[in-house]
Design a protein around this ligand. Structure first.
Ligand SMILES: [Zn+2]
Length: 449
């Protein structure tokens, strides 16, 4: 069944009011029914899942509650890669004939071998309808001019522009242009909204100022969507980008193997509402596999509920997140992700304490005696990991480096309990990120074996 969704009038609060405001009990009922059908589809049509469920002694027919998902085996990026290599080009997690696949995105990851994420025509339509709903919740309307400044080459973030177009906004398929050109296009067409990474939103704003363009007066951007890095959910980072642009910043979360955005902020900007009718969320202690309490940090594990081309059952994302099911002031009842605190791969263990780069970013962005740019250097000495934070002072700061270094170290200690060395650098000493920022320099050798 194709999604035929009439565009609401611009003053409507919701894209799909009955769905978005249903009770938690109704959400659970909907999710359970979708889960039962989806697991059965995976078992009937994917050789991988049939073998994997049989081996684990579980069957979709046994699923009576949402908690029953916990009896099913995990998959991760490595499984996707291995099954794709064993049965090219798409692997045996695929559960439809190839003639039904109409689109793939691909992500290369760190190993360099891209894994493909296939969609049927219905999967694609479902995805774009969700993107439209999410954009609507962030205040985008048919009157807007939306500039999509993400990569279009194989990247799952590319087609999200069609969500803005479906919503009725005038959509500019800009892609990743040099910043001078992007600014010129935003100015010429008076774009009112743009999507980029948080690092790039900052870089672009700074570039505008250097070129004599004042984003508040010379541009019309009122909404900035960001994704791809934790920054958009760190209030201090978001507020600094907002101040630079005179615009509102909304964090979105996507995953190359599922949707370009699977969650995003509504106008309350208090966590990211999750696409619960498409994806079942678990937040688990990465060591024990047990669910964590609401608000606590754990690994995000996802199960698709509708995407038939390649079901994803219990996919370990490696992202460390926290969630709440508390009601949101916007009236939407879906659960909200409070933030992506980092990747399991990014987590540093210093003196036995878990530290994420996002903890350090929050301090660097909050204190205006710093430029907001920072870098972490991890070294190993006598079998102990040592962390040094390099942070730039702001051009406007005229005081002593020792004072702000001590203040930074004190704030980090208050949050994490760990003392680290803080080195103050002059303004503009650190390289500016134009896409994803690389902020951790690991000088340990052979630690990960
Ligand atoms: Zn909300």
């Amino acid at each position: 069944m194709t999604n035929i969704h009439a565009t609401p009038s611009s003053d409507a609060a919701y894209w799909d009011a009955p769905l978005e405001t249903q009770s938690r009990a109704e959400w659970d009922k909907l999710k359970l029914s979708l889960l039962q059908q989806h697991l059965q589809h995976a078992y009937d049509h994917s050789p991988y899942y049939r073998a994997s469920f049989d081996q684990a002694g579980v069957h979709p027919g046994q699923v009576r509650t949402l908690e029953d998902i916990r009896r099913f085996p995990f998959i991760d990026k490595q499984v996707l890669r291995e099954r794709q290599q064993a049965l090219p080009p798409f692997g045996d997690l695929v559960a439809v004939p190839e003639r039904d696949i109409v689109y793939i995105s691909a992500s290369s990851g760190s190993t360099g071998v891209p894994t493909a994420s296939p969609f049927t025509a219905q999967d694609f339509d479902d995805w774009i309808d969700y993107e439209a709903r999410q954009f609507w919740s962030s205040g985008l309307r048919p009157e807007d001019r939306y500039c999509h400044s993400l990569n279009f080459s194989l990247f799952v973030g590319g087609p999200c522009v069609l969500g803005a177009q479906k919503l009725g906004a005038l959509s500019i398929h800009a892609g990743t242009l040099p910043s001078e050109r992007l600014l010129a296009i935003a100015k010429q067409f008076q774009a009112t909204a743009i999507w980029t990474t948080p690092s790039y939103a900052w870089y672009l704003g700074e570039t505008a100022l250097k070129e004599g363009i004042n984003p508040h007066q010379d541009l019309s951007i009122k909404r900035i969507f960001v994704a791809g890095e934790p920054g958009g959910s760190i209030p201090e980072t978001r507020q600094r980008i907002e101040a630079l642009w005179g615009a509102s910043v909304y964090d979105y979360y996507g995953l190359s193997d599922i949707f370009g955005a699977c969650a995003g902020m509504c106008e309350e900007k208090n966590g990211m509402h999750w696409a619960e009718d498409h994806i079942l969320v678990e937040v688990l202690n990465p060591d024990t596999g047990e669910p964590v309490a609401p608000g606590e940090r754990g690994e995000l594990v996802l199960t698709t509920l509708k995407k038939v081309a390649r079901p994803m059952i219990r996919f370990r994302t490696g992202d460390i997140v926290s969630f709440t099911a508390e009601p949101c002031a916007c009236g939407r009842t879906s659960i909200r992700m409070l933030g992506v605190h980092g990747r399991l791969d990014d987590m540093l263990i210093i003196k036995g304490v878990n530290i994420f780069p996002s903890d350090i970013e929050a301090i660097a962005r909050k204190d205006h005696d710093f430029s907001g740019e920072y870098k972490l250097i991890v070294e190993r000495e006598n079998h102990l990991d040592r962390l040094t934070v390099e942070v730039e002072r702001a051009a406007s700061y005229q005081g002593s480096d020792a004072i702000i270094a001590a203040r930074f170290a004190g704030q980090l200690k208050a949050i994490t309990g760990v003392s680290v060395e803080v080195r103050i650098l002059p303004p503009d000493a650190l390289p500016r990120a134009t896409h994803k920022a690389k902020r951790v320099e690991d000088r340990r050798s052979g630690v990960w074996g």
